[in-house]
Ligand binder design. Structure first.
Ligand code: SF4
Length: 468
């Protein structure tokens, strides 16, 4: 997927004005409500979050050693482990595998890494037909759109959008009920499941002690993709490795609860090697492609904790910015608070200038993150880096410098704020609201901003209150 994050502001404005998109986004609240329920039922979820964070930190502290162990165990069980440094390398490795085994059709389970690689385009260009089989991803492929949420790719679409799309693309009469639409997609996909010779999946976790890939899905397509075709390729980030099955079981108590508010996902598979002599099904060949694509830049840095992320989507489900603009506005694979950090870190801060600003710092994301990533703190660090590297507009830098100087001169600060309060009161309208502030119209364009109360600055009001 190409990086369009430089256009966040324009894309966000268009998203806010899109009534259909806003109707679709209203569904995000459902995830948050279900999460709240299962977390309450669980009891001491806080301790579980601490355990999750500790497991991820332990894995990252010795990442190279755990990757080595994973590779050794997976290889011992017949898996070929490959490494990719970039999206292009992922695509090239998959194409090489297709050529080696003479493969012509790939069925895919949901994989954000394949979005990083723009894999569908690369496969099609190499003469291999890619077919998305996760229902949401299938709709995205038909619509020619990228997913807009990491676990609910078409959260931005309504049932009516899907009905119209299916009518146009399948050439069948338009259906209206969700179940009927799902059945239609299944009928369309069935033939692909039976004729594909390559299955491509992601991997939620890699287990070092057994060399296994753990796959969490809510649709049966994951099982078909990993067992029906004769070759299976799992594509995962290098940071997904965890030491033991015991660690996996802890993380699996966190992931579905945080993601969709389920106590367990509908399907949970642990894939350990290709089909053995006694197995009735499974691929003859299994590959795992472990992807860096900028991740090692975070290892050992003050941003390392971002690599704890288990891709649950809870941060975006609770983010007021994501809920207003949806996933496409963020301009790359990962949206929401985690995307606002990952995109600049993986694709370059200069290519995603507005993403660290796409936060109100309300802190809701950090409150719900199952592995306790301090997302607002990381966003603040990125903002700092932008200022240090001179990447913010000169007017903003000048303003901050002026404010910093003023804040260090309390008498002048008091005088300036008193003048500011008077000026704001002077431009208020008859309702006591401020329509537009000169040089800061962005603040008032979409907000109701009340004029300051009579009585002066905050400090003056506070001092007066203190006397009572
Ligand atoms: S940052 Fe935390 S909440 Fe967001 S997707 Fe990653 S694990 Fe989930």
């Amino acid at each position: 997927m190409q990086v369009h994050s430089m256009h966040f502001k324009a894309r966000a404005a268009a998203a806010i004005a899109d009534a259909g998109l806003q109707r679709g986004l209203a569904k995000v609240d459902g995830f948050a409500a279900r999460r709240a329920l299962v977390v309450r039922e669980f009891g001491d979820f806080e301790s579980l979050r601490n355990e999750g964070a500790e497991i991820r930190d332990r894995s990252l502290a010795d990442l190279a050693a755990w990757i080595e162990r994973f590779e050794a165990e997976a290889t011992r069980r017949g898996v070929t482990v490959l490494y990719a440094d970039s999206g292009e390398e992922i695509a090239q490795l998959v194409i090489d595998i297709c050529r080696r085994h003479g493969l012509g059709k790939a069925i895919k389970s949901k994989s954000m890494l394949s979005e990083e690689a723009r894999l569908n385009e690369a496969l099609a260009a190499a003469g291999v037909q890619p077919v998305e089989t996760d229902l949401g991803e299938y709709v995205c492929q038909l619509a020619g759109e990228p997913p807009s949420h990491i676990i609910a790719p078409i959260i931005h679409k309504t049932k009516e959008d899907v009905a119209l799309l299916f009518e146009r693309k399948h050439g069948r009469p338009r259906l209206t009920e969700a179940e009927a639409l799902t059945r239609e997609a299944r009928e369309m996909l069935r033939e692909h499941f039976l004729s594909a010779d390559l299955g491509i999946s992601g991997g939620n976790f890699l287990i070092a002690e057994t060399g296994s890939v753990a796959l969490v899905t809510n649709e049966g397509n994951g099982r078909m993709v990993t067992t029906l075709p004769r070759v299976h390729v799992a594509i995962t980030g290098i940071e997904k490795v965890v030491p033991t099955l015991e660690d996996l079981s802890t993380l699996m108590r966190l992931l579905p609860r945080s993601a969709t508010g389920q106590t367990i996902s509908n399907y949970f598979s642990v894939l350990t090697g290709p089909k053995g002599a006694a197995d009735l099904d499974g691929p003859e060949h299994m590959y795992v492609i472990m992807v860096d694509n900028g991740r090692t830049n975070l290892v050992g840095s003050d941003m390392q904790e971002m690599l704890r992320c288990i891709r649950c989507g809870a941060c975006m489900n609770h983010c007021p910015v994501y809920q207003s603009v949806g996933g496409h506005a963020y301009g790359w694979v990962y949206p929401g608070p985690m995307g606002a950090i990952l995109t600049p870190m993986l694709m370059g801060l200069e290519n995603a200038l507005d993403l660290p600003q796409a936060s109100t710092f309300c802190g809701a994301c950090a409150e719900v993150c199952p592995v306790k990533i301090a997302l607002p703190e990381l966003l603040r660090k990125l903002r700092e880096r932008q200022v240090v590297r001179g990447l913010r507009p000169w007017s903003e830098r000048l303003g901050l410098r002026a404010w910093s100087w003023l804040a260090q001169h309390p008498s002048l600060y008091a005088m300036a704020t008193a003048i500011g309060v008077r000026a704001l009161r002077a431009i208020r309208n008859s309702d006591g609201m401020i329509g537009a502030i000169p040089f800061a119209s962005g603040w008032t364009r979409s907000r109701f901003m009340p004029a300051p109360a009579s009585g002066g600055t905050f400090r003056a009001l506070y001092a007066k209150r203190g006397r009572h």
